[in-house]
Design a protein around this ligand. Structure first.
Ligand code: SAH
Length: 348
């Protein structure tokens, strides 16, 4: 873990204490680590910044919070906290910008700038964990924080790699971040509470399958024929749906778990009967869950129109009736603050 080198001159148990302070107590500064001497805290402060980024804006509505973060090299990214009936999910970014260039996505429109390190990814979730802990402490001034005892609304339950960037194009750092989210020595979230969403980099899926404990996999499908997918997801040209599904079938065989498929609804492009039939045929014998996302407007390369929810309901019914495929419509979080799917563009 990235913090393991911070106290390399000290005995091993100090690193354990440091992990505990960072990932269980959610301290907000090195000064709060009172099991360390003043001298040890000063050494930490001198050698290591407490956080790998500065939070330059923090917007909140009752169900969503979004932070815009700035790294020492001036690059920016965003992370989102979503609160659904007392259950918190953090959506993290894995890159600054994105190389996938999906025609409907505002992040894709920025182009790729750089990968985020494991620390830069993990600390997006840690920031929110620290915030939630501080709020709990305000409500419970006479109690000592213990993550196991805190009510669900003060804890992070799920992590989704659905912010800026394509996680399978930054796989090494993403794999290290997953380990920190998942490890009992660190955030102890359990792989079933972590979801990696990918545009479907078929050649990197075997690497993902090597992870010792596999998180959930979500695939941004968006179209069920190469002809349409090539237009809206340019990465498809390099891989094709056939290659993608042959890699995905290995995931299903290996884990027996279902794959989540995302489908951003673009009226006139991928909401046609032809696409729904192709989709039905693609998924009817697979263990799949469909998730429709109404297109969120933003500065994407191509402008689309917002779909009506009623037309998405019709698509759902058609798929269920003809192919037995169940689906959900993703709840829209943070559209008003530019924090919804595909709206993250690092702007103030
Ligand atoms: N690169 C990864 C992570 C992005 S996840 C991936 O492609 O899966 C965010 C999800 O929102 C993806 O399914 C993405 O295709 C979708 N999305 C992007 N722009 C969108 C927009 N403007 N409206 C709705 N969904 C969008």
């Amino acid at each position: 873990m990235y913090c393991d080198s911070w106290l390399s001159d000290e005995p091993q148990f100090r690193t354990k204490q440091l992990r505990h302070a960072l990932f269980k107590e959610f301290v907000g500064s090195f000064d709060e680590i009172t099991v360390f001497s003043k001298k040890q805290r000063d050494t930490l402060k001198k050698d290591t910044p407490f956080r790998s980024f500065e939070v330059i804006s923090h917007k909140a509505s009752p169900d969503t919070e979004k932070i815009l973060i700035k790294f020492p090299d001036g690059k920016r990214a965003e992370a989102v906290l979503m609160k659904h009936s007392g259950r918190n999910t953090v959506c993290v970014s894995s890159q600054v910008g994105c190389a996938a260039d999906c025609s409907f996505c505002s992040t894709g429109n920025l182009g790729f700038t750089r990968h985020l390190t494991d620390r830069e990814i993990v600390e997006q979730a840690l920031f929110f964990a620290q915030e939630l802990k501080t709020r709990w402490q305000k409500n419970n001034p006479n109690k000592k924080w213990n993550i196991a005892l805190a009510e669900p609304e003060f804890r992070i339950r799920n992590i989704v790699f659905m912010g800026m960037g394509e996680p399978l194009l930054n796989f090494e750092n993403v794999a290290k971040a997953i380990e920190i989210f998942e490890s009992p020595e660190a955030m102890n979230m359990g792989v079933r509470h972590i979801t990696l969403s990918t545009v479907g980099i078929a050649v990197n899926i075997p690497k993902f399958l090597q992870l010792p404990r596999l998180p959930n996999l979500a695939v941004s499908l968006h179209a069920a024929t190469d002809e349409v997918r090539d237009q809206i997801v340019p990465m498809n040209k390099g891989f094709s749906l056939k290659k993608l599904f042959s890699a995905l079938d290995t995931f299903e065989q290996k884990t027996g778990r279902r794959i989540f498929y995302e489908w951003t609804v673009l009226p006139g492009v991928n909401d046609t009967k032809e696409q729904m039939d192709a989709l039905g045929n693609l998924l009817k014998h697979r263990n799949a869950h469909m998730n429709f996302i109404p297109w969120n407007p933003g500065p994407s390369r191509i402008k689309y129109t917002k779909p009506d929810i009623s037309s998405i309901r019709n698509m759902q019914q058609y798929l269920e009736k003809n192919y037995g495929i169940t689906s959900t419509i993703r709840a829209i979080y943070g559209q008003d603050m530019g924090g919804a799917c595909g709206q993250l563009a690092g702007r103030e």
